[in-house]
Design a protein around this ligand. Sequence first.
Ligand SMILES: Cc1cc2nc3c(=O)[nH]c(=O)nc-3n(C[C@H](O)[C@H](O)[C@H](O)COP(=O)(O)O)c2cc1C
Length: 315
Amino acid sequence: MQTDLQTNFLGKTLATPLVLASGVLGNNKAILERVHDNGCGLPTMKSIGPAPRDGHKNPTVIDLGGGMINAVGLPTPGYLNMEAEWAELSDRGFPINASIYGGSVEEFVRVAEFVSAKGPDFIELNISCPNSDQHGMIFGVNADSSKAVVSAVKKVIDVPLIAKLTPAAPDIGAIACACEEGGADAICAINTAGPGMVIDIESRMPVLDFKKGGLSGPMIRPIAVRCVYDIYKSVSIPIIGLGGITTGADAVEIIMAGASLVGIGTAVRYRGITVFNQINKELEAWLTDHNTTIEEIRGAAHGENPTIVENRRAK
Ligand SMILES: Cc1cc2nc3c(=O)[nH]c(=O)nc-3n(C[C@H](O)[C@H](O)[C@H](O)COP(=O)(O)O)c2cc1C
């Protein structure tokens, strides 16, 4: 069977269902364009914050073999200091997903309104950062704060809104549901897992300067698959599934959990910038071998359970 990876996502045509995960390659037009030219349907920018921030001290990223641990600490020039990047990106031939974060609902709204006016195709809310309105708790572990930030941002932007969730939430389906009720057009899951820690046994000290960090890469894939599975049961909006996806078979697996698009982050480090075209080829080969399409396998792991379908549609 002839397959075609071209995908419609929230009214936009993407050349492929693959998404570059936020933060892995920065915000420079040349690199985002290169990723797109190498088979990524939707490059996501590094999260943009409300004020200049250096992030944590080195070491910030450690390769653990089966994945990475990082405590980069959301470095950002701040939304008001990116004129050169926006000027370059205004003249682009590819879609972009602009990721933003804030420490309060008001900060999220301020950054979102400004960034929306710069013309990205989508805005992604990184609600995996500490919420200063609620004493440093992470926005995305609480349904009320997730819904509050999504609904406030939704009012000030005119592009589709994607809420990016953390696997630290005890019930990620409930958070996704709250985001959908708040007006999110799609869910992206997952951000890094953990936090984890690695100790150097000779110096007897944590290796990361920040001590704790988020896990990414193949070691977190089963967590990502479970989260996408739970979210698919809870919402009717599309899901960008990511977390450890490294091969075409991994992409098939997360689509079967319910993902519409597939995010690639740490795999760029393991397979290089051409990882997107490699995964596209592997995915197409698998679909051809099994005489099927992405639409046919999406959510297949849920079986034909009518209760699930009913629950989703009832929302
Ligand atoms: C070095 C590094 C920096 C990251 N920076 C961001 C970021 O700025 N914003 C964000 O939403 N996620 C960020 N992430 C999380 C990724 O976008 C992704 O959700 C996570 O790594 C899981 O996907 P993966 O296993 O394919 O890497 C970062 C991940 C890494 C490894």
